[in-house]
Design a protein around this ligand. Structure first.
Ligand SMILES: O=C(O)CCC(=O)C(=O)O
Ligand SMILES: [Fe+2]
Length: 341
């Protein structure tokens, strides 16, 4: 990387702004607005309604299995999100994952510049496309810290299995063929992971870590940082709710594509990440999207006289273009897809 390009990249890293205690550039600040506070949901909401046992949705025909599928269905219908436990990755392993991310972002700038991606958001990111394997760019898997690739590999194997089980459970809970989101829609679906670093921020009242948005994906998973537990919020009925950090759990987020493909039965969730005055935050996210050649839109079986087609069908390529256009105008892509009857 030549020197002027390097300077340009460095100037865009928010970790540099955070470190130098510099005044935060206007582009990160929210305009003419205040960030509305979040509230705690009732204590048993997350424990009883929005906590899914992965073991129970994986297999079987027992009544406990059916109950868990109904729970998943109502969580995605009413909240667009739940937390999942018993997925086979231990709390210790998840801590290690956050830890390698922390170590990666603590490397000298020189060592990580080629991997990081910067956008006009108050976090620095490392993106890795991991499935299908022929799209994996191994040279982009950081060599440091040494444990990174080993931990990432184990994480990926678990993630792939988890997305498969969750997608099948979603289909079954909608009384569809269990591989309808998998086989017909993306045998070669894309699985991307993202390591994000949110440095401390001198103006948490004015700067979002990630502004309110719903995900472009079909389903996403987030491993939040337990050291900064009050950072991730979800919106429901015009109120912001904290997403509590539950030891060993991953947060499963329904994306816009799943809302469209379920013909509006499931709702994608608007969420945001706050910045923190003193503490840095790390998160690891994974995003599943159908393959680029695929068509997306409501599944035929979910269209009926009582439930007419809510969203347009289009190719993933057009969806992505539309997503970028609408995102830059702060419009939800789903609003651009609505069919007016
Ligand atoms: O970092 C997080 O906790 C979630 C980030 C997120 O929602 C996103 O980037 O889509
Ligand atoms: Fe998100």
């Amino acid at each position: 990387m030549d020197e002027s390009k390097k300077d340009d990249v460095i100037s865009k890293l928010v970790q540099e702004i955070g470190k130098k205690g510099e005044e935060i550039p206007q582009k990160y600040m929210i305009k003419n607005d205040v960030i509305s506070p979040a509230i705690d949901a009732s204590t048993n909401l997350w424990e009883e309604t929005l906590l899914i046992d992965f073991d129970l949705i994986s297999t079987g025909s027992s009544s406990a299995h059916q109950d868990e599928l109904s729970k998943l269905h109502s969580a995605f219908k009413n909240w667009g999100c739940f937390q999942v436990i018993n997925h086979g990755m231990t709390s210790l392993f998840l801590d290690e994952l956050i830890d390698v991310s922390r170590q990666f972002f603590a490397l000298p700038l020189e060592e990580k510049l080629m991997y990081s991606v910067m956008e006009d958001v108050y976090n620095d990111r490392l993106f890795l496309t991991v499935y299908p394997e022929d799209q994996r760019k191994l040279q982009f898997c950081p060599q440091k810290p040494q444990k990174f690739s080993e931990i990432l590999h184990e994480f990926l194997l678990n993630l792939r299995m988890m997305f498969e089980v969750i997608l099948k459970a979603m289909a079954r809970s909608l009384e569809l063929r269990e591989d309808c989101f998998l086989k017909d829609h993306g045998e070669r679906g894309l699985l991307e992971t993202r390591f994000a670093f949110y440095p401390p921020c001198s103006r948490p009242d004015k700067v979002y870590g990630v502004r309110p948005h719903s995900d472009r994906s079909f389903v996403s998973m987030v491993l939040p940082d337990k050291n900064v537990p009050e950072s991730l919020h979800i919106l429901k009925d015009d109120k912001w709710f904290y997403v509590p950090v539950i030891p060993g759990a991953l947060v499963v987020v329904l994306g816009d594509l799943a809302e469209a493909m379920s013909n509006g039965v499931f709702k994608s969730v608007i969420h945001r990440v706050m910045t923190n005055l003193e503490r840095e935050r790390h998160s690891v996210s994974a995003f599943y999207t159908p393959e680029p050649e695929d068509d997306v839109g409501p599944i035929n079986e979910l269209i009926s006289v009582n439930q007419p087609e809510l969203y347009k069908k289009l190719s993933m390529k057009i969806y992505d273009q539309l997503f970028l256009e609408t995102f830059s105008q702060d419009i939800r892509v789903l609003d651009a897809l609505i069919i007016k009857h």
